[in-house]
Ligand binder design. Structure first.
Ligand SMILES: *Cc1c(COP(=O)(O)O)cnc(C)c1O
Length: 475
């Protein structure tokens, strides 16, 4: 493809993109594709001869797009969102055009320095003290693994020092998280080599928040058995119910043992940009690390995960590994983000954050997040006022957990589970919205996760109308 053709095709692609963004709300959120449908339409062997680009683009429109789930449909209420926005998309196009690999300062000084600046902007926006330093990771899962690895290094050093040189190097290190913690904590514990036998899942209270008294009991038992508490993972905005672990009390329990406190705010952390919601993050200044995903609820394309750490030395001690071919003349004066995480090669992710923060401004970002919070309270109010539905968790953020419970509790729990499972299928069958489920206290629970960039009151109303008519049809 020569540059003239690139220019023509790129203009046409941008026209397609603008049309898509304008009309995505008219599409079915979820495709009707069945397993194997897409593969069947694709050749099993690679093309030997060059194909005209027009054919590639035509297949993209006819085969690929109809097989996609439209995460940026304003009727998206499933999981948590994976957002984008026009400025973020433009930055991704420019990033792809530059095609830079930003492993060290030298390999793209602007990428490194812009990352330092936008991460510090983000730190200020969520109200973190300047003792924290930020780096962009691909996902919250990776960020949590990075925290678990750093905690392991620190605890190993601590255990080694305490027991004296030559002591049992393999002191058992333990990790704590609530029963409602994300699966990435379990994955991270496996990958970091702690072993799942050394992961303690702590009980939660009625609002699905970790019980600090139960944490204290678990830590004390481990310490008495000679184990070393290495890390406590607290969550602000759990995945099932947006539960918020009490950070100050957790830090109180963890601190005397020197355990690393990592705060997983993958979804909920974005609420930190709203001053009246910052209470949910109180105590964060005492944590060792914090992650949240601008790609979830800050209108920035996947992937973009903001990881903040206080003890940069501990991070570097864990991840630094140089080689002759990586050395540059500036290493002593600059930050090389390759030493701040697992991978060597790094994408230029700071550009999209910069574009988003400047185009929206802090006020614009707050206005969108506030609107999502308002819509959640509105939906919550409808559920609370209905005799046929009930709420199953507090609504601290923009996630509402609810289920149908018609006839004032005349149904057995097992029947209610089956009824709500069918209700979810019915709601989603419309194609106009998409919700997913979880289980809270064993009960089948519908999750209404509000946060797609363009979701407005009408889309939220649609879910409520569909839920009521579907329930009527089922009962
Ligand atoms: C979504 C989520 C994650 C995982 O996020 P990724 O960026 O996809 O790895 C981790 N923790 C919580 C609480 C989440 O909601």
């Amino acid at each position: 493809m020569d540059i003239d053709q690139f220019r023509r095709e790129a203009h046409a692609a941008v026209d397609w993109m603008a049309d898509y963004l304008r009309d995505v709300g008219e599409r079915r959120v979820v495709t009707d594709a069945k397993p194997g449908d897409i593969k069947r339409r694709l050749p099993a062997v690679p093309p030997e001869q060059p194909e005209p680009f027009a054919r590639v683009m035509a297949d993209f429109k006819e085969i690929i797009v109809p097989g996609m789930t439209h995460w940026n449909h304003p009727g998206w209420f499933a999981y948590f969102p994976a957002n984008n926005s026009p400025p973020s998309i433009l930055a991704e196009m420019l990033t792809a055009t530059l095609g830079a690999q930003c492993m060290s300062w030298q390999t793209s000084p602007a990428a490194t320095e812009l990352e330092q600046v936008v991460m510090d902007w983000l730190r200020q926006l969520v109200g973190l003290p300047s003792t924290f330093h930020g780096v962009i990771q691909d996902t919250a899962s990776t960020s949590t693994l990075v925290a678990l690895l750093t905690a392991r290094e620190r605890a190993t050093k601590f255990a080694f020092g305490r027991r004296g040189a030559g002591a049992d190097h393999a002191a058992q290190l333990t990790v704590y998280a609530s029963r409602e913690a994300h699966s990435s904590v379990v994955k991270g514990v496996k990958l970091a080599g702690y072993g799942t036998d050394n992961l303690r899942l702590i009980d939660t209270d009625a609002s699905f928040a970790m019980r600090p008294d139960a944490l204290a009991v678990a830590i004390d038992a481990d310490v008495r058995a000679g184990r070393v508490p290495a890390c406590v993972v607290a969550t602000v905005g759990t995945t099932s119910s947006a539960g918020v672990d009490p950070l100050p009390a957790i830090c109180d329990v963890a601190a005397p043992h020197g355990a690393w406190v990592h705060v997983d705010g993958a979804y909920g952390g974005s609420a930190g940009i709203i001053p009246e919601k910052r209470e949910l993050l109180r105590g964060l200044e005492r944590a060792d690390s914090f992650v949240f995903n601008p790609h979830k609820w800050l209108f920035t394309n996947f992937d973009c995960s903001a990881y903040f750490v206080r003890d940069v030395e501990a991070l570097l001690h864990t991840f630094q590994a140089s080689a002759e071919y990586l050395k540059t003349a500036h290493d002593a004066e600059v930050v090389n983000f390759r030493d701040w995480g697992i991978q060597l090669g790094r994408r230029f992710r700071a550009l999209k954050l910069w574009f988003v923060m400047r185009t929206y401004g802090a006020e614009g970002l707050r206005a969108r997040v506030r609107e999502h919070l308002r819509l959640a309270q509105l939906f919550r109010g409808w559920v609370a006022a209905s005799p046929d539905f009930e709420l199953l968790a507090p609504t601290h953020l923009s996630l509402v957990c609810f289920r149908a419970r018609p006839g004032n509790g005349a149904h057995a729990e097992a029947d209610l589970d089956a009824l709500n499972e069918r209700l979810l299928v019915e709601i989603n069958r419309s194609g106009r919205v998409y919700l997913t489920h979880t289980r809270l206290n064993g009960r089948y629970t519908l999750r209404m996760a509000i946060g797609q960039t363009n979701t407005d009151e009408a889309h939220v109303r649609t879910v409520w109308d569909l839920a009521q008519s579907a329930l009527e049809a089922l009962t």
